[in-house]
Design a protein around this ligand. Sequence first.
Ligand SMILES: [Fe+2]
Ligand SMILES: [Fe+2]
Length: 278
Amino acid sequence: MDKGDTLASPIDRPMEGPVSRRSLLRTLGGGAALTAAGLILSGCGGDDEHTFIPGPGNGNGSGNGGGGISQSVMDVLNFALQLEYLEATFYSFAVTGNDIPANITTGAGAQGAVSGGAKAPLSDSLIAATAQELYQDEVNHVVLLRSVLGAQAVARPAINLAALGVGFGSEAEFLGVARALEDTGVAAYGGALGALLGSSVVDTAARIFGVEAYHAGNIRYQAVARGVNSPVNPIGQPPSVNNLIPTTDNGLTVTLSPQQVINIVKAFFPNGLNGNIK
Ligand SMILES: [Fe+2]
Ligand SMILES: [Fe+2]
């Protein structure tokens, strides 16, 4: 298919207001609540996204972390966690100018510093609202995966957010890096799902995968609407008006193997990754 690059017009949409701040506030509210595995289950009032989450191995929603999940699945989840660290850290700096809470960055392996992040000048209301939601979702993904992994959760490695030389200087830079990260996320989860089949966490991983696809679709649309190019094209399908939604010939998402993903994101991790997939 011809991949044209004619630009569509951006649509206006009212900002959604504080709708989804609730989950973020739940996530970030109170340092003590962030420290224990299963913390996302505390204080929730029957919210499906939280009560649905299986505890490792027992599927009863206890979120107790640790045993019951095979080591190979733990390895995949720790790999995914580090992609979520990257996304959450990028959006946290872009939206707030600050890092994610330190107590959701600890764990096994080498913990590293973050460099190169800054608050991005997101004055457009739709971009700002999108960035805020992405920030919330990614922090929630970090917290969720850490809960499932329990004591096996790896620490956040050193991250250089300026690895691509752009990201925080303008809305276009923000969209460009966000698009690269989200396309990578969709392809990474899609590539990892097969390794999770039969485990108690496959439904949770599939739902994160779905959210990453929402993210990518949103960002790809806005990139096309504003004529923004990315510094990198992880799946070889840069967004255009003829290719807003990247798919294979069968209409499936593009997948990447862990090693392919590592090759894409390694510039962001100057000291490499933690865990057994690196
Ligand atoms: Fe995520
Ligand atoms: Fe995402």
